[in-house]
Design a protein around this ligand. Structure first.
Ligand SMILES: Cc1ncc(COP(=O)(O)O)c(C=O)c1O
Length: 499
C-alpha cells in the first residue's frame, strides 16, 4: 500500500466548510509561517479510500477477539460515544464558568461517588490520565502524607511484587522511592516470609494489584494488610485488574488506602495505541487533604471546583482531567446500574471457561481457579518442539485472533496471559480455544510453520526491537527526491500566491 505522500498530487484539495456564524480570523503577519507546511495533497474520495484501506489493515476489538491479558479490551458500547458527543459535553470549554458547566460538574461528582463506593474508600480525584499516572499520583500522596507526619525522611522504600507490571517499579523510582521486590509463593500469593523480612520502619508502603497479574486473588490479603499497617505503612492498590472484583470485593475492605482505577479498562473506553485513558485515584479519609486540586465538590444542589486545599500535592493534569473518558465510563456504569457485579462475574466465568478448555493442552503454572484472566506457559512446546510463546502468539493472527500478552508476568517462563472479558460470547471463546489447540497440534506436526507465522497478514514476522526502537514515524522527503521535487514546486507556487 502506498503512503499518503506518495499519492499526493500538487494542487489537489479536500474541502472543509467554515464554521457557521463565526468571524474568520486573519493571523497577524508576524505570526504567519514563512512557508506552507509540507502536507500531502489529495481530493476527498482518494483521501477517504486511503484511510479506509489503512483501517482494514488494523486489528481492533471491533474486528475480532482481543484477549490481551491485563489490558481488558472489552466492547465499547456505541451509546457511550453518542453521549460523549452531546454538544453540551463535547463543546464545553474547560474554562467555562461553573454556572454554565453544572451538568459536567455533576457528572464528575457522581462518577467520583460511584468510584468511592466501588473501591470502599472515601475521596476521589479524577485528574490522572492513565493508570501509570495514577500510580505516580498515589506515591506523591504517600510522600505528602508522611512528610506531614514528620516521617518523610525515614520512610524511603516501596515494596512491589515480582509479578508487578513494569509501570509499578517505574513509578516508584520516578517518585524518588527505593524499590524492594517480594517473591511469589507456590500458590501464586505474595510470599509472606519474604514480605515480613522486608517490611520495617523505612517502608512507606506496598504497591500491589489484586488479583495479581497471574489472575489470582491473593489468599492472604488481610494478613498482608496487617503487616503493613502494623509497621505504620500504607497500601496502594493498582486497579488495573478491578474488572475481576467490581461489586464483589472492595480494595478498601481488603485494607488498601489508595487505589487507582483504569477507567479505560474496567469501564470501557476505546484504548490501545496510547489513549485516551483515565486513572482516577481514590483514597482513605486521612489522605483526602493531599489529593490534587481542583476538587469537584457539591454544595447542596450546586457543584463547584474547590481550589482551597492547602495540603494538596497540586495539579497532575490540565484542568479537571480527561472529561470525555468520564462521560463514557459513567454511561457504562449506569447501563449496569446496581447489577455492576454481573460485569465482573461474567468476566471471571469467561476466563475460567477458557482456562478449563486449555489447561490440558498448555501448562498451567499455578493450578487454581482464576479471576478475570489466567497465565499459561508454552514451556512444554518449547522443550519438545522448539516452539515459543511468541510463535504461538504470531500464529494466532493467522487464525484471526489478536495475540494474548506474552512473556509477562516474568515469573512464568514462556507466559501466555489471556483475558477474554465479559463481552465475549461462548462461540468466540470456543473458536479461540479451538485455535489454541490446533496451534499446539501444529507445533508437533509442523513447527517450521509456526516459526514463520504470521503467514497471512499484510506484515510478516518483524524485527520487533527494531520496529519499536527505530520506528519511522516521519516521511523522509529527502529520501524521495521525485516527490520532494513535486511538493517543493507546489510550495513555491503557494508561496507565490502568498498563501
Ligand atoms: C497491572 C497493571 N498495572 C498498571 C498498568 C498501567 O496502566 P496504564 O496503561 O493505564 O498506564 C497496567 C496497564 O496495562 C497494568 O496491566
Amino acid at each position: 500500500m502506498k503512503l499518503v505522500y506518495e499519492k499526493s498530487k500538487s494542487g489537489r484539495r479536500a474541502s472543509t466548510l467554515p464554521q457557521y456564524g463565526l468571524p474568520s480570523v486573519e493571523a497577524p503577519e508576524e505570526l504567519r509561517r514563512a512557508e506552507p507546511p509540507r502536507l500531502p495533497e489529495l481530493a476527498e474520495p482518494e483521501l477517504v479510500r486511503h484511510f479506509t484501506e489503512l483501517s482494514t489493515r488494523n486489528f481492533g476489538v471491533d474486528t475480532g477477539f482481543y484477549p490481551l491479558g491485563s489490558c481488558t479490551m472489552k466492547h465499547n458500547p456505541r451509546v457511550n460515544e453518542r453521549l460523549a458527543m452531546l454538544p453540551g459535553f463535547k463543546d464545553l470549554h474547560p474554562c467555562q464558568e461553573e454556572d454554565g458547566a453544572q451538568g459536567a460538574l455533576e457528572l464528575m461528582w457522581r462518577l467520583q461517588e460511584i468510584l468511592q463506593e466501588v473501591s470502599g474508600l472515601h475521596a476521589c480525584s479524577l485528574q490522572p490520565a492513565a493508570g501509570s499516572q495514577g500510580e505516580l499520583t498515589g506515591l506523591m500522596l504517600m510522600r505528602a502524607y508522611f512528610a506531614d507526619r514528620g516521617e518523610g525522611e525515614r520512610r524511603d522504600t516501596i515494596i512491589t511484587a515480582d509479578t508487578a507490571h513494569g509501570t509499578n517499579p517505574a513509578s516508584v523510582t520516578m517518585a524518588g522511592y527505593k524499590l524492594a521486590k517480594v517473591g511469589t509463593d507456590g500458590r501464586g500469593n505474595l510470599d509472606l516470609d519474604d514480605l515480613r523480612a522486608k517490611v520495617d520502619g523505612r517502608t512507606a508502603g506496598l504497591m500491589l494489584t489484586n488479583p495479581s497479574t497471574l489472575g489470582l486473588f491473593d489468599e492472604s490479603i488481610s494478613e498482608v494488610a496487617s503487616i503493613f499497617h502494623d509497621a505504620g505503612s500504607l497500601l496502594y492498590y493498582d486497579g488495573a485488574n478491578l474488572n475481576a472484583v467490581c461489586g464483589i470485593s472492595r480494595p478498601g475492605d481488603m485494607g488498601f488506602d489508595i487505589v487507582h482505577i483504569n477507567l479505560h479498562k474496567t469501564f470501557s473506553q476505546p484504548h490501545g495505541g496510547g489513549g485516551p485513558g483515565g486513572g482516577p485515584i481514590v483514597v482513605r479519609d486521612r489522605l483526602e487533604p493531599f489529593l490534587p486540586v481542583p476538587a469537584v465538590v457539591r454544595d447542596g444542589d450546586r457543584f463547584r471546583l474547590d481550589h482551597d486545599r492547602p495540603k494538596s500535592i497540586g495539579k497532575v493534569r490540565g484542568f479537571t482531567g480527561p472529561f470525555g473518558v468520564f462521560v463514557r465510563s459513567y454511561a457504562y456504569i449506569r447501563m449496569y446500574g446496581p447489577a455492576l457485579r454481573e460485569m465482573s462475574e461474567v468476566a471471571v466465568l469467561n476466563a475460567n471457561y477458557l482456562l478449563a478448555r486449555l489447561r490440558d493442552t498448555y501448562e498451567l503454572p499455578y493450578d487454581r481457579l482464576c479471576m478475570h484472566e489466567f497465565v499459561l506457559s508454552a514451556r512444554k512446546l518449547k522443550r519438545e518442539h522448539g516452539v515459543t510463546a511468541l510463535d504461538v502468539a504470531k500464529r494466532l493472527m493467522d487464525y484471526g485472533f489478536h495475540p494474548p500478552t506474552i512473556y509477562f508476568p516474568l515469573v512464568v517462563p514462556e507466559a501466555l496471559m489471556i483475558e477474554p472479558t465479559e463481552t465475549e460470547p461462548k462461540e468466540r471463546l470456543d473458536a479461540f480455544a479451538d485455535a489454541m489447540v490446533a496451534i499446539a497440534r501444529e507445533a508437533a506436526e509442523n513447527p517450521e510453520l509456526l516459526g514463520e507465522a504470521p503467514v497471512s497478514q499484510p506484515v510478516r514476522r518483524l524485527d520487533e526491537v527494531k520496529a519499536a526502537k527505530r520506528a519511522i514515524v516521519k516521511y523522509g522527503f529527502e529520501e524521495h527526491p521525485d516527490l520532494s521535487g513535486e511538493v517543493g514546486e507546489a510550495r513555491q507556487l503557494e508561496a507565490q500566491k502568498g498563501a
